[in-house]
Design a protein around this ligand. Structure first.
Ligand code: NAD
Ligand code: TYD
Length: 351
């Protein structure tokens, strides 16, 4: 094998797309995926590649140094692509501590082990931190986040990701650890846990349940199809400049309410419902505490340096996503487990 790459959080939404892409496009790499398999991690996401010769999975918690040490004693990693995280803002509002443990302490555990393993030579090595645009805080109607925007996290989730990013930068500055960081906008696509806006709305529309829209639905997000993000990660892992940060985004801003209405019209077509039926399910609910108003990303750096651009437009991406959820009802049933239902009831009551 030419390289051994560690991917953390590879059983989650974005991680599973990154694992699949690298396993398939780099047959000469050994891909080692570690994941704790929290409520959000699902090995069914990787069923199609789990028996590939160049792929290995270990159930490991990145906050558990003993488990991590054992792994690092077995493998010499050439690179680490770090995605494992607690990722849902509403859960972070409910229980911030687990975000601090996994997102900050887990990241520092990995940084320490990379530093230790690479102490005899950092040439050709790379620690790649997958981060979010949410670390930059909230925009009003105008402006965009660039790589030079200051960090101004406003939720426990974004604060924990910002903390992790700062440690990654600090390890580069202090120990010369070869790092790259990317900050991406909201992803959507197959395999996303139905607690995030788009899969939750699809699931509820299919089941004729209310579609909860926070506040007045005025908040704005910039949406990117998950496979476009995975391709950007592949490029940056190989060709991003050491010590640099890169923004990744879809240049595809939508107000939540407009997005949900658009999704409803697509779902009406797919489900053979009369036009306007699904939109009747839209229900305004209490706003999220400290709800960031708008995110928007300037991704000109990665476009310019690596010729990356999103290939899947929003209509096409939503079509692919809705089709995937309609064709994978077993996946959805398995995911909608008891634990998810308890969380769901707490968040939305009996709606
Ligand atoms: P996800 O919640 O779907 O997946 C996270 C994965 O990490 C799960 O498989 C989970 O089991 C695993 N995990 C959680 N805690 C762990 C621990 N202690 N040890 C080992 N594994 C653990 O999240 P996602 O949406 O796929 O996000 C992946 C990464 O991308 C995160 O770092 C997130 O901050 C970042 N990101 C996400 C988005 C987005 O829109 N989803 C946008 C930008 C950046
Ligand atoms: P989400 O998918 O949780 O991503 P993030 O908060 O990380 O951007 O939410 C996307 C947007 O949709 C955000 O403005 C909150 C809003 N939202 C709702 O209106 N209703 C919901 O049920 C959820 C989960 C989110």
């Amino acid at each position: 094998m030419k390289k051994t790459i560690l991917i953390t959080g590879g059983a989650g939404f974005i991680g599973s797309h990154v694992v699949r892409l690298l396993v398939k496009s780099h047959p000469d790499y050994r891909i080692v995926n570690i994941d704790k398999l929290t409520y959000a991690g699902n090995l069914e996401n990787l069923a199609d590649i789990e028996n590939k010769d160049n792929y290995k999975f270990f159930r490991i918690d990145i906050t558990n140094m003993r488990q991590l040490r054992e792994l690092f004693s077995k493998y010499s990693f050439d690179g680490i692509i770090h995605l494992a995280a607690e990722s849902h803002v509403d859960r972070s509002i409910d229980s911030p501590l687990v975000f601090i443990r996994t997102n900050i302490m887990g990241t520092v555990n990995l940084l320490n082990l990379a530093k230790e393993q690479w102490k005899t030579g950092m040439n050709g090595k790379r620690f790649y931190q997958i981060s979010t645009d949410e670390v930059f805080g909230s925009l009003d109607e105008g402006g965009v986040f660039t790589e030079l925007s200051s960090y101004d996290p406003r939720s426990p989730y974004s604060a924990s990701k910002a903390g992790a990013d700062h440690f990654v930068k600090a390890y580069h500055n202090t120990y010369r650890l070869p790092v790259v960081i990317s900050n991406c906008s909201n992803n959507y696509g197959p395999n996303q846990f139905p607690e995030k806006l788009i899969p939750l709305a699809i699931h509820n529309i299919v089941n004729n349940r209310p579609v909860p829209v926070y506040g007045q639905g005025e908040n704005v997000r910039d949406w990117l199809y998950v496979e476009d993000h995975a391709k950007a990660i592949d490029l940056l892992f190989h060709r991003g400049r050491i010590g640099e940060k890169y923004n990744i985004g879809g240049t595809n801003e939508w107000k939540n309410l407009d997005l949900i209405r658009f999704l409803c019209s697509i779902m009406d077509d797919k489900l053979g419902r009369k036009k306007g039926t699904s939109a009747g399910l839209i229900t305004f609910v209490t706003d999220r505490a400290g709800h960031d108003f708008r995110y928007a990303i300037d991704s000109s750096k990665i476009r310019r340096e690596l010729s990356w651009e999103p290939l899947v437009d929003f209509k096409k991406g939503l079509d692919l996503t809705v089709d995937w959820y309609l064709n994978n009802t077993t996946w959805v049933q398995h995911v909608v487990s008891g634990q998810y239902k308890r969380y769901y009831r707490k968040q939305y009551g009996n709606r």
